[in-house]
Design a binder for this molecule. Sequence first.
Ligand code: PMV
Length: 337
Amino acid sequence: MKRSARRASAPAKVILFGEHFVVHGNPALLAAVNKRTIASARIADKPRIAIESNIGAAVEYGPNGARPMMGGRKAVSVLDPICASVRNVLNAHGKNVGIDLRIVSDIPEGIGLGSSAASCVATVAAVDSLFSSHDKSWICERAIESERMVHKNSSGADCYVCTFGGIIHYSKEGGYGRVKPGKVLRMIVSNTGLRHATGDLVEKVRRFREDNKVLFNDISGQAGEITSKALRSLESGNVRRVGQLMLENQTLLKVIGVSHRKSEEIIDLCMKSGALGAKITGAGGGGAVICLSPSKQESRQILSRLVKEGYESMEVNVDHRGVVVGKSEISRSVTRS
Ligand code: PMV
């Protein structure tokens, strides 16, 4: 029997301010950006979950565990959170069926652009739409639960911004709030070419904090202030100030040991080519750098300089759609939690 597939897509994300410090109770600012992951799901004839991704990974999850079909053990670790998302939705619907899932993504993986969160969000939405269609809050909660089954310390902010789109402010006490930027943000994301393991870097910062309690408290306080100032500057459209604050944030990230020689080189190239500011985005240790540009012309200059130096780079804009199911967009409502 031929069964029809359902599709959903979700955007990438960048952390504008506050990565790492957010793990220790500080606020963070994140933005969804216009690179996407598409998940296509169909009910399978066999009682197993088969996931295939265009990054060269395919795994069959059956009663005897995970069987890599392409990409070996690494494929299993990349696809585990996605399988958790499928299972989570099937459980929520009380369905005991097999699923074939195909992931097609143009989000570079393992460099801090939220490829895992986007895959989980798109997967939850696609599998959900095989049975019914819940709203974005439901999709977001299921995706966060699924990511946490695999990455216990995940703050959930990635899934949130991938689900709802736009720019969000997140803090442990205040929850999530949507930020309305006073001006359009022109951004460039550049890849150091070094993939990172978020868990290892979070652990590195935890050890730094243990060994440097007073210093870390001080830096953490400064990071919180920078994020608050950045929020006000974003809202008032003072992009020049946002750029300066990015550089200040980067100085702190360097002190806690999550920057990298290549990240510093990219930041330097961006600033020499007319950027307003630049910093690592996400866990660091290589990964991606985000740069803020004042105009189209500077963006072109920055891009060509980075590419000339061998750094894969792309222009990105804020994505305001978040998760999209099939062709029709679902509820845009944002709730504070
Ligand atoms: O590189 P990413 O997207 O995994 O970023 C992780 C951000 C951290 O603040 C380092 C961890 C977290 O859970 O917030």
